[in-house]
Design a protein around this ligand. Structure first.
Ligand SMILES: CC(C)(COP(=O)(O)OP(=O)(O)OC[C@H]1O[C@@H](n2cnc3c(N)ncnc32)[C@H](O)[C@@H]1OP(=O)(O)O)[C@@H](O)C(=O)NCCC(=O)NCCS
Length: 116
């Protein structure tokens, strides 16, 4: 299954201006926040988690929260995504793949899952 999302960088920037770190903590874990050096990256991570929630067909909610999805980067800067084990087990997910792009004030992410 695949999921896609587009997120306005401006929206994420305004959230950060209004709520500070709490804005990021709502959808990112501390390791993810460490990776955010510019608002485009935060918007990309938001889009990535929304896309991941679509790729399991539920959206963000009771079965899969923002904190049930974890993003890292490899040594080349490529983003990697993984659901928490309880979500992987519930939806029979084997592997998840993520791609992010941003331009002209928008970040877009696509997530593809394979199944056991
Ligand atoms: C990685 C690359 C394809 C990104 O393309 P881009 O048009 O610059 O930027 P986009 O907005 O489309 O994508 C940016 C996102 O791509 C992702 N990305 C970064 N490196 C990546 C990689 N090696 N593989 C896959 N995805 C990558 C990140 O999520 C990044 O978001 P971030 O900046 O918030 O971390 C491009 O920069 C590239 O080819 N880089 C390698 C060569 C290079 O860096 N040359 C310059 C030094 S010689």
């Amino acid at each position: 299954m695949i999921g896609i999302d587009v997120t306005s960088v401006d929206r994420i920037e305004r959230m950060y201006e209004r709520f500070g770190l709490k804005a990021y903590e709502k959808f990112l874990n501390p390791e993810e926040i460490e990776l955010v050096k510019k608002p485009e990256t935060a918007a990309g991570f938001w889009a990535a988690k929304e896309a991941a929630s679509k790729a399991i067909g539920t959206g963000i909610g009771a079965s899969c929260s923002f904190h049930d999805i974890k993003i890292k980067k490899d040594k080349n800067g490529a983003p990697k995504i993984k659901y928490r084990k309880k979500v992987r087990d519930m939806f029979n997910i084997k592997e998840s793949h993520l791609s992010i792009t941003h331009d002209r004030g928008f970040a877009i992410a696509v997530v593809v899952n394979t199944f056991n």
